[in-house]
Every structure is written in structure tokens, then in C-alpha cells.
Design a protein around this ligand. Structure first.
Ligand code: PEP
Ligand code: MG
Length: 319
């Protein structure tokens, strides 16, 4: 199977009816850029920067350390775009297991991701400056996780501007960036207008979107059987986000596990998705699905599937 898929490495990712589909890689460390390229990714759709911050006994990476790491990822991708997500620690990704004192709280609903960044502006500015500096060395897209309030969007934008001013004042070079938001909280998926107003692109984080829509802790084995990517409510939120972004001509991608799940590819294509970001190991299998797909037929079919009470029954899981 793997050998057969490997033959698709240099095949352009285009559907039977001629729709181009962008297949991007999710990475956790700068050196993963190599496996992304080897797998045929046309860019990095999600660089989870928190892995630079974790397991350091609370000592955070400074601006230069971060800059070097982002620059290495950008250079590693050889001119292809790299989407760097600002730090998303908390919940399933604790900064440091030994520092936890929140066992009585629900970390998934707590101070994680952009909330954590906005709670410590100096720390956030350090990361923003490092990312802006790396953008002088290639195509960088900045991605913000877990936004839900318009006020958080405004604060984030103000801090990005401030980081630029700080670099100007220091006379340090930086590059242009596109700025995107993760849509991974149902409230965000239901208030897309403000996101489309402020951001250049959207990226749907289905892992968290499923967790928060279905009230299923993604890390809790005892309810794992209820964690259903095909729940009609989840599908509705994903389809709505894709549709509204496309209506405004804004790029939209899925970067959660759903993007690398071959049983979901046809459905996502039918919803209008043309950009998928996933673990590099999944790229060729997804490309195979894309090559076999006819989006003209999949559109009406996806509408039908979404109306179903139990869509998963309709979509036979492929081996
Ligand atoms: C997601 O939530 O789908 C996502 C891509 O981000 P993470 O898994 O890192 O929370
Ligand atoms: Mg997430």
C-alpha cells in the first residue's frame, strides 16, 4: 500500500473534475520540515510552536531561541509557506507536568492558547517578534489559536502592531505576514463575521471544535467512543465556516485530525474545502482520495450526508 502511494509523490493534487487541492503538513519541531517536504507537502499548514515551550521546567525560550527555530523551519521549507501558530499550552499540552496546581479545574476551559498569551503580553510580544523576524527569510503565516471574543482579536492585533514597532525601534529586520485565526470553538464558528473582517485566512481546528461542540474531553478515554467527527452539529459548523470564508474569498483550511482522515476527505471536498493540513504520513493517502474525487457530485452528496441523523452510518469507514 505504502509503495503504491509513493508513486503519487510527484502527482499534482487535483480532483477528477480539475479542482486543485492544497495538501499541507502539520509539524511540531523545525526539523520536521524535512519530513513534510519528503511527503510532498506544498507548505506547513500548522507549526505547533508550543513544543518549543514544553518540558523546560517553566523556563520559556527567549526571542533569539524562538527566532532561530522559526527561521530553521522557514528555511527548511525552501520557499514554501510556513504557518506558525502562536503557543497553545494548557489543557492537553501542559507547559510542565511538575508545575501543575490546577487538578481541581477543567484546563480545557481554562487559561490556554491565546488566553495564556494575552495574560502575559511581554511573553506574547517576544514570540510575535521572533515570528516577524523569521518572516524576513521566507513566507510566514501567523496563526492564532482559541480566539472567541472580538476583544481578544483586537488585543491580538494591537500586540502584533506593537511587536512591529518594537522591532522598528531596535532597527531589526522583519518580513510581511498573513494573519489567520483558528476556528476551534463553536462560538467562533457561529460568529465568523468578525473573524473574516480582521483575518487574512481561517484554519479550522476540528480536534477542539469536536471537543467543545460535543462536550467530550478529547483526552478522556472513558468518553472516546462519543468523540464523533461526523456528528451533524460538527459537520454543520465545519461546512458553515468553509462556505462563509469562500464566499468572501478568504483562504480556509482544516488542520485538525479530520484533514488526515481518509474517511472524511470526500465529505470535506463536497463542503468546498480545498486546503488540508495533516501529519506528513497521511498526505499521500489523502492525495489518493483527492485524485479519485469528483467535486461536482460530492457537493449535493455532502448536503444529503449533513441532513442525516447519523452521518457516520452513511460513510463506510475505509480500511
Ligand atoms: C485542533 O484543535 O484541531 C488543532 C489542530 O489544534 P491542537 O490539536 O493542537 O489543539
Ligand atoms: Mg486546537
Amino acid at each position: 500500500q505504502r509503495g503504491r502511494l509513493l508513486r503519487l509523490l510527484h502527482t499534482p493534487s487535483v480532483t477528477m473534475d480539475g479542482q486543485k487541492v492544497e495538501l499541507l503538513a502539520n509539524i511540531e519541531m523545525p526539523d520536521d520540515a524535512e519530513s513534510a517536504l519528503k511527503a510532498g507537502a506544498v507548505g506547513v499548514g500548522l507549526f505547533r510552536s508550543e513544543f518549543l515551550f514544553m518540558g523546560r521546567h517553566g523556563k520559556l525560550p527567549n526571542e533569539d531561541e524562538q527566532f532561530q527555530a522559526y527561521k530553521r523551519a522557514v528555511e527548511g521549507m525552501q520557499g514554501l509557506p510556513v504557518t506558525i501558530r502562536t503557543v497553545d499550552v494548557g489543557a492537553d499540552k501542559p507547559l510542565d507536568d511538575t508545575l501543575r496546581d490546577d487538578a481541581h479545574l477543567n484546563p480545557a476551559l481554562g487559561l490556554r492558547a491565546i488566553r495564556w498569551s494575552l495574560a502575559d503580553p511581554a511573553m506574547f510580544l517576544t514570540q510575535l517578534r521572533a515570528i516577524l523576524r523569521a518572516a524576513a527569510f521566507g513566507q510566514v503565516h501567523l496563526l492564532i489559536p482559541m480566539l472567541v471574543h472580538a476583544s481578544e482579536i483586537r488585543q491580538t492585533m494591537a500586540l502584533i502592531d506593537h511587536a512591529r514597532v518594537q522591532l522598528d525601534n531596535r532597527g531589526v529586520a522583519y518580513g510581511p505576514i498573513k494573519i489567520g485565526a483558528m476556528i476551534e470553538i463553536p462560538a467562533a464558528a457561529l460568529t465568523l463575521k468578525v473573524f473574516l473582517k480582521y483575518f487574512d485566512f481561517l484554519s479550522i481546528g476540528t480536534n477542539d471544535l469536536i471537543q467543545y461542540t460535543l462536550a467530550i474531553d478529547r483526552a478522556d478515554e472513558s468518553v472516546a467512543h462519543l468523540y464523533d467527527p461526523m456528528h451533524p452539529a460538527v459537520l454543520r459548523l465545519v461546512a458553515n465556516t468553509i462556505e462563509q470564508a469562500r464566499a468572501q474569498g478568504k483562504p480556509v483550511s482544516v488542520c485538525g485530525e479530520m484533514a488526515g482522515d481518509t474517511s472524511m476527505t470526500r465529505l470535506l471536498l463536497g463542503m468546498g474545502l480545498r486546503s488540508f493540513s495533516m501529519h506528513p504520513a497521511q498526505i499521500l493517502a489523502i492525495k489518493q482520495e483527492v485524485l479519485r474525487a469528483d467535486t461536482e457530485k460530492l457537493g449535493p452528496w455532502a448536503e444529503q450526508v449533513m441532513m442525516d441523523d447519523e452521518p457516520s452510518k452513511r460513510i463506510a469507514k475505509k480500511a
